[in-house]
Design a protein around this ligand. Structure first.
Ligand code: NAP
Length: 281
């Protein structure tokens, strides 16, 4: 039976520390970290994510601004808004909620954000810094995943890690971060042959596919650390990529969904905003 990695509790503990640090910055330096989120269009899931980010910022004592733009906003209008925020000294973090409407080029928008304010860590400069071990602002979900693995107290160095999924926001960066911590890393994806055989070698298995209940115990090594990143809404319920009940019996540690990786993602966004603000000291 696995030990449950309680992302909610770990995130709460980290947020308390962030809140205390924000308070200290206010009192000592008159500096209030500020995050501005830009939401284009009315995608219901994005609206929920943005509301959660706004609430978390306010709870941490940070300034939070949400700029809501209509779905027919032009690419140039969005670029102009970002250019204005890049120059605003009270804005330490800029986040453009993805996905954007189809007529807007996401890469062009991400590339327009000042890398020092790119609290999502998606700008190519920040991706390059991550790749070369010089990261300042790391992407939030991978950063949260590493924190969860570290919380188990098990060392990453020398372990076999398998990451299933190769997206720019989860799979690739988390693989790099595990490699930097001296794991032997395999990245698997939809064209990988013999996935179960490969996954079964993993001391650390990170699953970021987006297919509910895809990974059963036949993919898992006895005693492995299993991090389930997947979040798919099925019949109003949030489902992970892992068959929790059966993998729980075999793994050494496991993250639940919800209450695992999810709460850590927003927490790392707060952490990045705080970090970006402290650069102004
Ligand atoms: P994505 O961009 O759709 O990438 C999914 C990856 O899974 C791709 O690399 C794909 O391979 C791979 N894949 C798909 N089917 C597979 C299969 N049958 N076997 C092996 N690999 C397969 O998704 P993402 O943005 O990385 O997100 C993944 C999941 O994490 C989603 O459920 C998302 O909602 C969730 N997520 C959660 C958080 C959080 O904070 N909790 C944050 C981000 C994402 P190919 O590259 O070959 O297509």
């Amino acid at each position: 039976m696995a030990v449950i990695i309680d992302g909610k509790a770990i995130a709460a503990k980290i947020r308390e520390n962030i809140k205390a640090e924000v308070e200290r910055l206010k009192n000592k330096h008159n500096l209030i970290p500020g995050l501005t989120v830009i939401l284009v269009g009315e995608d219901p899931a994005s609206q929920v994510y943005v509301r959660n980010k706004e609430r978390a910022c306010i709870e941490a004592g940070m300034n939070s601004t949400v700029i809501r733009m209509s779905a027919d906003t032009t690419e140039q209008e969005l670029l102009d808004t970002i250019a204005r925020l890049n120059l605003d000294d009270t804005v330490h973090g800029i986040l453009v909620q993805l996905p954007l409407p189809g007529h807007i080029n996401e890469d062009k928008i991400i590339n327009a954000i000042n890398p020092e304010k790119d609290v999502d860590g998606f700008h190519p400069i920040n991706c390059g810094m991550l790749m070369t071990g010089q990261a300042e602002l790391e992407p939030c979900t991978p950063k949260g995943i590493i924190r969860l693995i570290e919380e188990t107290g098990q060392s990453i160095s020398g372990k076999n890690a398998v990451v299933i999924g190769r997206s720019n926001i989860v799979g690739k960066p988390v693989a790099i971060m595990l490699l930097q911590r001296h794991a032997t890393v395999t990245i698997a994806h939809s064209r990988t042959q013999n996935l179960a055989e490969i996954a079964k070698n993993a001391d650390i298995l990170v699953v970021a596919i987006g297919k509910p209940h895809f990974i059963g115990s036949e993919y898992v090594k006895e005693g492995a650390i299993v991090i389930d990143v997947g979040t798919t809404r099925v019949g109003g319920k949030l489902c992970g990529d892992v068959k929790y009940d059966e993998v729980f019996e075999k793994a050494g540690y496991i993250t639940p969904v919800p209450g695992g990786v999810g709460p850590m993602t927003i927490t790392m966004l707060l952490d990045n905003t705080l970090k970006a603000a402290k650069r102004c000291l």
